[in-house]
Design a protein around this ligand. Structure first.
Ligand code: ATR
Length: 274
């Protein structure tokens, strides 16, 4: 019987993770089967009891990334700082939690970054779970010039847990719009632009530098209005697909010891989503 892997969450029907991981198991000649399982918060406890003895590893997505932590035996320091787990490794019945979202995001930037990431002047838009994963991963990598902006400013402050005031700058949306030309990498982490035919953007790009990189974590739609506007202003753009692929690749590496082919995965998923 093949080793079993899962992604759990709710809803889970549209997840591209099974397609991607099963392709990687096949191309690396590993006997693994990756499936999507619809799990809500109320079922999580019993599913964890079952997974402990039957599953080699799994990914966790919304709404379970925080909830899962209480069922794990060990959580790595970065996942603890982020306060969420997206990857679990089962080592002889002990469950280890990691978070590959933020580091996956940073690795995915290799498609567009021209300079070392420490040289970028970074603006993060949003203060939810995704922003938190990216902020703490950037700090983990030693990045220093980071500003966070958010519709609700107090939530941006909450992100810092009362520390990091010297490392991270907080700005209102209107101030960020005014000083936008100062930033070389703009990371859009909010859900604005996710709904079909949604025309709003979280921040006006009037003062965007054409040398900037604008990245949006959304990949469905494949190009948000925010990215289209950035492209019209001649900026370099990137959607959320590289982050999705690299968070998966890092999880795959945790489970198998092999870092899989991300370029082929990009072509495969671009064909399906683009
Ligand atoms: P995730 O875990 O995916 O990051 P989340 O924790 O619900 O999602 O965070 C949602 C983010 O999108 C927040 O930064 C939120 O801003 P607020 O903190 O002000 O709520 C942002 N967001 C959602 N809808 C928005 C909108 N219509 N305009 C601006 N920001 C929005």
């Amino acid at each position: 019987m093949k080793d079993q892997y899962y992604v759990i969450g709710q809803p889970i029907g549209h997840s591209m993770s099974p397609t991607m991981h099963n392709e990687w198991f096949g191309s690396n000649h590993i006997s693994g089967q990756y499936s999507a399982k619809e799990v809500g918060i109320t079922e999580l406890k019993s599913v964890m009891t079952e997974f402990r003895s039957t599953v080699k590893g799994f990914n966790v997505t919304a709404p379970l990334k925080v909830e899962i932590m209480q069922y794990l035996d060990e959580i790595d320091p970065l996942a603890k700082a982020i306060g969420a787990v997206n990857t679990v490794i089962n080592k002889n019945g002990k469950l280890y939690g990691k978070n590959t979202d933020g580091i996956g995001y940073c690795r995915g930037l290799s498609y567009v970054l021209k300079n070392p990431i420490e040289d970028e002047k970074i603006l993060i838009i949003g203060a939810g779970g995704a922003a938190r994963a990216i902020l703490y991963s950037l700090l983990h990598l030693g990045v220093k010039h980071i500003t966070v902006t958010n519709r609700t400013l107090e939530k941006a402050e909450d992100l810092l847990d009362g520390k990091l005031m010297n490392e991270v700058n907080i700005m209102s949306i209107s101030d960020a719009e005014e000083h936008l030309g100062h930033f070389s990498l703009i990371i859009q982490t909010t859900s604005v632009g996710m709904k079909p035919n949604e025309n709003s953007t979280p921040l006006a790009l009037t003062n965007l530098s054409p040398d900037a990189i604008v990245s949006d974590l959304i990949y469905s739609p494949f190009k948000t209005v925010f990215l289209k506007e950035a492209e019209e202003r001649n900026a370099t753009i990137q959607n959320g697909l590289p982050m999705f692929i690299y968070q998966g690749a890092l999880a795959f590496q945790e489970w198998t010891g092999i870092f899989p082919n991300t370029i082929d995965a990009y072509s495969l998923l671009e064909r399906k989503l683009g």
